[in-house]
Design a protein. Structure first.
Length: 219
């Protein structure tokens, strides 16, 4: 069982790393345009949002098949990795069995939301796409709050705590942008910060899972 926990922890890490790799590759195949500049060439890192990569047709009006297939596949694997990570989360993370169970349930919903984003390209299933985005980000927000409250309660100020706090701050800003229906380069920038901090956060969680398994083996 302990070996399986370590293996699944490593699989989670690989799922996160592949998303970083293939989402970047997808940017090079994006066929151009942003929501406010249809003539923009290629993918503009600070102006295009991540979901643009998953569109079947880009804002330029050109087919975006290669980029969408690469990005949506990697995003789906990312979502599956999130589910694997939460399933392997133990009581040691939050020092309360009940909170861990609740966190796992909310975390699983977050992972399913991410998979939903991958299955609903924004240009053909816009409403469903945004619903999946809200499911992912609101579930993530809940999990982050639980982590931070638990860490503060037990006075544990480790790297996971600090990244959780910074990520929660960025997530709340991004949620505010969504509620205010903002749509500008600053939104795309905030989204990148949230996504990459989220990957870092899950990498720290996965590292903790793997290291915990190694400690149990030594014991």
């Amino acid at each position: 069982m302990q070996n399986w926990t370590k293996i699944l922890g490593i699989i989670g890490v690989l799922g996160l790393v592949q998303f970083l790799l293939f989402s970047t590759v997808a940017m090079f195949f994006y066929s151009g345009g942003t929501s406010w500049n249809k003539l923009a060439e290629g993918y503009t890192f600070w102006h295009n949002v991540m979901s643009d990569l998953g569109r079947t047709v880009s804002y330029s009006g050109l087919s975006n098949t290669i980029s969408s297939r690469i990005f949506n596949s990697s995003l789906m694997i990312f979502g599956i990795s999130i589910i694997i990570i939460y399933l392997n989360m133990s009581k040691s993370f939050l020092l309360s069995r009940n909170i861990v169970y609740f966190t796992k349930i909310i975390g699983l919903i977050s992972g399913l939301g991410m998979i939903g984003v991958a299955l609903t390209p924004d240009d053909i299933l816009s409403d469903e796409h945004m619903l999946a985005v809200w499911i992912w980000i609101l579930s993530l927000t809940t999990v982050l709050i639980l982590f931070i409250v638990s860490k503060v309660t037990h006075q544990i100020y480790d790297s996971i705590f600090y990244v959780s706090a910074i990520l929660l701050f960025a997530v709340l800003i991004h949620i505010g942008q969504g509620l205010l229906d903002m749509w500008s380069p600053i939104v795309a920038t905030t989204q990148k910060i949230v996504v990459y901090l989220n990957v870092l956060w899950y990498l720290l969680i996965s590292k903790n899972i793997i290291n915990q398994n190694q400690r149990l083996i030594k014991i």
